[in-house]
Design a protein around this ligand. Structure first.
Ligand code: MOS
Length: 697
């Protein structure tokens, strides 16, 4: 199997998405589209109080409507065993932990009948006083043990307070990031049926393995009696990284009615039940010498979580890795409020944390009169500032330099407000990016078939990233065969077990196992005496023990973002005229899909900077913005000129492909680059996102 031509560069090639044609012709089926005989539809009923309990549900008017089959409430819904994730304990008791929590589910012959039925259900509540307002001085604020991902909530080196007080130059600033919402193009949906005691589920999720595990737990079934598949997924951005109530409700409704049932959440229900990026209040204290060297860096974050679950956005974590400061503190505090439960949203932690840190670095650069690129270069650490471990590879400086060159940074006039053009103020800004490298154990199998083709099987999930395509490239590379000879199956718990698409770790985790299985198969084929047998020839891999092994290296991807903005002094509107990102993220495995990930992340950062954000209404206790008419994500017209580049980075301390994750780093720091450009344009520091015209004018 050696010497095959045309495969030497299969890794890294801009291979087209395998499912592209299905998607653009509308034949790709999503979870809500699996029509079966006698399929029923369900529509949820949200709580209309922010805290309290349900005292009565009158289902009569709903049941009297044509087509309505059932109304599930906490009184008649199937009993569930306690889930690991409290958000899945739906319709089990009368408690209302936050507004929008589901208190009933109407099942009907049609989507329209279910919706009409949901409107007709009458729910009475005993309301209690609620509090949804986060403040840094909230009396209930506490320091948790860990933040999301198991990071210690507090890390401290040296004496940051004393060093700050003694520093020649000080920046002491507060930044605010509002709640943000994932809003994937395809809202969460599941279709479920019970087939002689076997639960069959189609769902929109970033990982069918965790969904099956959650269903096994609540329905007290062995996992072998549950099949969960997710063939196509219209985005998730973290909100589909954990099982959501749609899948539990669909299975409950299917059991209750004996029908196939689809639960497809209306978009307006998403903010309350699929997680959100919690608001974060940041205090940054940077103390530096006149030469720009940091002596003290302190990042303190206060965030919220719900009454039912502690989730702490780890926004101070990137401060542990970015800069060489001998006195270094990072602290998280959380307030449990009567709010929906927050969760992962693209680059949890890094995204809001680097907005604040990289904005504060820009303030320090201005204070010192040092170029902001140079300031970052001067504070480049020799080793991980928190753990002291060497970096497996770190090319932040090279990203900054290459970005500056491509962007034309050298021609910049550093003076704020120096770029006036009529009613427009033009400015440019820079910020750094980082994201950790992770990988989880995975299994995969590879088969050689008698017709000379190959089949790779792995329960990866393609959430729109092109996972199928890149895994086929990994396989073709390891087998030494052309890409079109490799078939791939993903997206079902019937396949070899694999972790979710999350933490920018999917390709590394699945690809590791695919690579190993294919390398083993290639070995077997070289020693095979005759032709491939009729039944095929297989090889398996299980990377448990390799993928999660502690490394003696600190492993992170890095990048640099540059932005040019025009601020309209008449309307207060900020437009991003150019955006450029340069990344060092190990080996890039598919130039086409990687570029899409980087550009997509940067676009999401543009939304975070300029348009996205929601408000918790203190009276109603809910997000005021719950649909795309009020929660504004960037449209094509907002993104005129956006470029993503990367460095060739060879890092031998990663996985067999040499890749770092790329799904999240694009959003990290991009909002800061835009905010810093707005300061350069206007001379004004805005320290709260988003930079909407009402704030800027
Ligand atoms: Mo990503 S927020 O880990 O799905």
């Amino acid at each position: 199997m050696t010497g095959t031509t045309g495969t030497e560069t299969v890794l890294g090639a801009p291979a087209e998405r395998r499912e592209g044609r299905e998607k653009v012709t509308g034949t790709a089926r999503y979870a809500a589209e699996y029509d079966g005989p006698a399929r029923a539809h369900a529509w949820p009923v949200p709580a209309t109080v922010a805290r309290g309990r349900v005292t009565a549900v009158d289902a009569g008017p709903a049941l009297a409507l044509p087509g309505v089959l059932a109304v599930l409430t906490h009184e008649n819904a199937p009993r569930l065993a306690e889930p690991d994730d409290p958000i899945l304990a739906v319709l089990q008791n009368p408690r209302v932990p936050h507004r929008g929590w589901f208190v009933a589910l109407v099942v009907a012959e049609s989507l329209e009948a279910a919706r009409e039925g949901a409107d007709a259900v009458r729910v009475a509540y005993e309301a209690e006083p609620h509090d949804v307002t986060l403040t840094a001085s909230h009396p209930d604020a506490y320091t948790p043990e860990n933040a999301n991902g198991g990071y210690p909530a507090v890390r401290e080196h040296g004496d940051p307070d004393a060093a700050f007080a003694a520093a020649e130059v000080r920046v002491d600033v507060e930044y605010r990031v509002p709640p943000l919402h994932n809003h994937p193009m395809e809202p969460h949906a599941s279709t479920a049926r019970w087939d002689e005691g076997h639960l069959v589920v189609r769902t929109s999720s970033q990982g069918t393995g965790p969904v099956r595990a959650a269903l096994a737990k609540v329905f007290e079934l062995p996992e072998e009696r549950i099949t969960v598949s997710a063939e196509h997924v219209g985005g998730g951005f973290g909100s589909k990284g954990t099982p959501r109530p749609d899948v539990v409700l669909a299975a409950m409704a299917a059991r209750h009615t004996g029908r196939t049932v689809t639960v497809a959440f209306p978009r307006r229900r998403l903010p309350a039940v699929v997680g959100h990026r919690a608001p974060t209040l940041h205090r940054l204290r940077l103390g530096a010498g006149r030469d720009g060297g940091l002596v003290s860096l302190s990042h303190e974050v206060t965030t919220h979580s719900s009454r039912i679950k502690e989730f702490v956005e780890q926004a101070a974590v990137p401060a542990r890795v970015m800069y060489a400061a001998p006195h270094l503190r990072s602290v998280h505090r959380v307030v449990r409020l009567d709010v929906p439960t927050p969760s992962w949203m693209r680059a949890p932690g890094e995204s809001p944390g680097m907005y604040a840190l990289e904005s504060a670095m820009d303030e320090l650069a201005a204070e010192l009169g040092v170029d902001p690129v140079e300031l970052r270069v001067r504070n480049e650490p020799a080793a991980d500032p928190d753990t002291g471990r060497p970096f497996s590879s770190r090319h932040l400086v090279e990203c900054l330099r290459e970005g500056a060159r491509r962007f034309g940074w050298a021609a910049r006039d550093p003076r704020p407000r120096s770029g006036a053009a009529g009613a427009l103020l033009i400015g440019t800004g820079v910020a750094a990016a980082t994201y950790p490298v992770m990988a989880a154990p995975s299994r995969a199998s590879a088969w050689a078939l008698p017709d000379g083709t190959f089949l790779v099987r792995v329960n990866a999930t393609d959430i729109g990233t092109g996972a199928r395509t890149v895994l086929a490239q990994v396989a073709a590379d390891a087998l030494g065969v052309p890409l079109d000879r490799v078939g791939i199956e993903v997206g079902s718990t019937e396949l070899p077990a694999a972790p979710l698409a999350g933490g920018s770790s999917g390709t590394a985790s699945w690809g590791w196992a695919v690579h190993e299985a294919c390398a083993r198969l290639a070995d077997r084929l070289t020693t095979l005496p005759g032709p491939v047998p009729e039944a095929g020839l297989g090889a398996h891999a299980d990377t448990a023990g390799q993928a999660d092994a502690e490394s003696r290296y600190s492993r992170h991807a890095f990048g640099a973002h540059f932005a040019e903005v025009a601020v309209d002094t008449v309307t207060g509107e900020v437009r991003v005229r150019r955006m450029l990102g340069v990344y060092a993220a190990g080996r890039i495995l598919n130039a086409r899909t990687a570029r899409s990930q980087f550009v997509g992340g940067m676009t999401m950062g543009l939304g975070m900077a300029l348009t996205e954000g929601s408000h918790l209404d203190p009276a109603f206790g809910d997000f005021a913005e719950s649909d795309l008419a009020s929660y504004h994500v960037p449209a094509h017209a907002d993104v005129t000129d956006i470029e993503a580049h990367w460095l060739q980075e060879d890092d031998p301390h990663l996985n067999p492909m040499g890749s770092k994750g790329i799904g999240e780093i694009g959003i990290v720091g991009s909002a800061a680059a835009i905010g810093n450009a707005v300061h350069h344009a206007t001379g004004i520091r805005f320290r709260e996102l988003p930079l909407t015209p009402d704030r800027v004018l």
